[in-house]
Each structure stands twice: as C-alpha cells, then as structure tokens.
Design a binder for this molecule. Structure first.
Ligand code: IPM
Ligand code: MG
Length: 359
C-alpha cells in the first residue's frame, strides 16, 4: 500500500515522542512492503515562533493532502500569554475543526505488566479495558460568543456551550456502534441535572438507545462518573460524552494504565482520514532529557495503521511489540517503580526496544 502521512511534532516532548511514532511507521512499511510518504509540518508554539500562526496554512494543507496525520503535542509556558486564538492550543483545536474530526477515541487498557505502576490498587485497575469516546468539535471549546468585557462592576467573562442535536446524535450513535464491536455496554455521560445541553444529550441518547436493544445503556452524571472511574473502572466499556467532559475524564482514566504516557488517541470524521496523537501534553519539565515515554505516540501510530489505513495485522504487530517491551521490564521514568526485573530506560532505548520487536 502507498499512503501519505503528515507528521506534526508540535512542541516539547511532542517532538521526541513523535519521532518514534514516525520511525515505527517506517519500520512497519519496510517490514510489510508498504510505502509511506511522510511530510512534516509545524503546529503550536513552534509554528507561532516561525510563522506567527499556531496552525500555518501550509500545515493545514499538508494535513488535507494526507491519508493520516500523526501529531505530538502543543503548548508550553513560553506561549501562555495572550488571547486563546493566539496560543498553541488553538492550532490543534482549529485543525480538528477544519478537518471535521468530531470523534475522539481514547482507549484505556491496562497492560498486565503495568498493573502495579498505577497509583491505584491492583484489584481496582487489573483488567480495565474501556474506551472514552469524546465529542471533539463542539461545546465549550468552540462556542461563540466568548471573551471578556470590562464595566464598572469589574471584568465579565463568557464562554458559550452550544451543540446541535445533529452533533450530539452522530457521536452518540458512534458510541453505540463501537459498543457493539466490544462488550455491548455504553455509559452516556452528562450533567442532565443542571445543564440544558445535557438535557438534550440525554433525550437523544435515550432515543438512539431504542435502536440498539442489544446494547446495555447507563446514563451517568459526569461527577459520579469521575468517581466510578477510579473506584470501579471495570464497570465501563464505552463511555460517550461531550467535549470538555471527555477531555477531563480521559486524563483521569489514564491513571488506570499507570501513566498518561501510555494513552494513544484517534480523532476521526466521516472519511478515513484521521488525526492520531498521544493524549499527554508537552511536559516542559522533562524536555530534551531523554525521559519522555514514547509508547503513547507509538500506540497512536498503531491506531493510525488500523483506522486510517485498514492495516489491522500491522497495527496488532505494533501493539504486540509494546506489550512485549513492557513484559520484558523496560520502563521509562513515568512507569518505573523500582521493582525487581525492571529495566529503567529513556525515550531512545524504549523506542529501539519496540522497533526490535515489531514483526
Ligand atoms: C487534549 C488536550 C487539548 C484539548 C488541548 C491541548 C487543546 O488537552 O487533547 O486532551 O483540550 O483537547
Ligand atoms: Mg486534554
């Protein structure tokens, strides 16, 4: 197969981990006889520094031309100034919006070898296998009007939470479809006891549920969900929720896997083209120290192979290689516990260990 892949490293450790995601893709291509043509583009703080925009037109165009996009992370203290539109994060939000990638899949699966790396007890996390399905192009992160105004009383700020019924229905429906491919359980997460938007969300979830009698549905309030996630994660299969709730719950859920450095994600729209990125951020505190865990980026490359290129066997090879390195004891600092049998490694050695085990 021939495929065009856009690589947007972004800022901070995004650059370090995406390099390994990209290497894994090239390694897979060589092993399985594919040709992946990679084009790099800038996004985030680095793009602001070099072009003045967090998402330069050239980068957006590279992404539009690509079959799939692999992205690192954006942001950093250097750019934490000015209005939201001038910040690195806006580049990522705009990219998702421009490409209409409304569905964000964040699988949270515990690796047997990492069960003791989680700060939670083994009996709680062991066997956890859930999918956070986050709506990605609506809600509070995109609603207008927004901003500040000043009057005699002081400063007033405004963000707007808007959704259409269509936007809600397509993500909820996808939640049911994905649940059907898994254990047929769907938790629809909202705040229907307070928010008008959540009231409609729940109505639509109930309507769609009637078409999926084989899927067991639970409507759960987001605050209770946050609690159950760390109390009893095994009760969850697919969790579907709106943009901000999904942002927050997916970071929380990452703790179950031992580290935020383990969580990949896929952002999908109607076609096959998708955006793949680790859930973690740019980790300014460890940049350039060979400490970043490249596994979330590598697993994101695996999701890219599966969801955008339809290469299931290759994706399984990548996931298998990650399992193998963990079973062999390789641990970046975020995963290390100092237990016997652990092999402390940096980004580079972890990446090489995965490459050596693919195929
Ligand atoms: C994420 C991140 C982004 C988001 C930021 C960087 C804009 O937190 O992908 O979870 O809020 O979606
Ligand atoms: Mg987030």
């Amino acid at each position: 197969m021939r495929a065009k892949i856009a690589v947007l490293p972004g800022d901070g450790i995004g650059v370090e981990v995406v390099a390994w995601g990209a290497q894994v893709l090239q390694h897979v291509a060589a092993k399985y006889g594919h040709t992946f043509q990679v084009t790099e583009g800038s996004i985030g703080g680095i793009a602001i520094d070099t072009t003045g925009s967090p998402l330069p037109d050239a980068s957006l165009e590279i992404c539009r031309q690509a079959d799939a996009i692999l992205l690192g992370a954006v942001g950093g203290p250097k750019w934490d100034v000015g209005p939201p539109e001038a910040r690195p994060e806006y580049g990522l939000l705009r990219l998702r919006k421009e490409l209409r990638l409304y569905a964000n899949l964040r699988p949270v699966k515990t690796f047997p070898a990492l069960v003791d790396s989680s700060p939670l007890k083994r009996e709680i996390v062991d066997g956890t296998d859930l999918l956070v399905l986050r709506e990605l192009t609506g809600g509070l992160y995109f609603g207008r009007p927004r901003g500040r105004s000043v009057n005699k009383q002081g400063i007033r700020v405004k963000d707007t939470l808007t959704y259409t019924s269509g936007e809600m229905e397509r993500i909820i429906r996808l939640g049911f479809d994905l649940a059907r491919l898994r254990r047929k359980q769907l938790a629809s997460v909202d705040k229907a006891n307070v928010l008008a938007s959540s009231g409609l969300w729940r109505e639509i979830a109930e309507q769609v549920a009637a078409e999926y009698p084989d899927v067991e549905v639970e409507h759960i309030l987001v605050d209770a969900c946050a609690m159950h996630l760390i109390n009893d994660p095994q009760r969850f299969d697919v969790l579907v929720t709106e943009n901000m709730f999904g942002d927050i719950l997916s970071d929380e859920a990452s703790v179950l896997t031992g580290s935020l450095g383990m969580l990949p994600s896929a952002s999908l729209g109607r076609g096959r083209r998708g955006l793949y990125e680790p859930v973690h951020g740019t980790a300014p505190d460890i940049v350039g120290q060979d400490k970043a865990n490249p596994l979330a980026a590598i697993l994101s490359a695996g999701m890219l192979l599966r969801h955008s290129l339809g290469l299931d066997r290759e994706a399984a090879a990548v996931e298998g290689a990650v399992e193998d390195v963990l079973a062999a004891g390789f641990r970046t600092p975020d995963l290390a516990r100092g237990a016997t049998g652990e092999r402390p490694v940096g980004t580079q050695a972890m990446g090489e260990a995965v490459l050596a085990r693919i195929g």
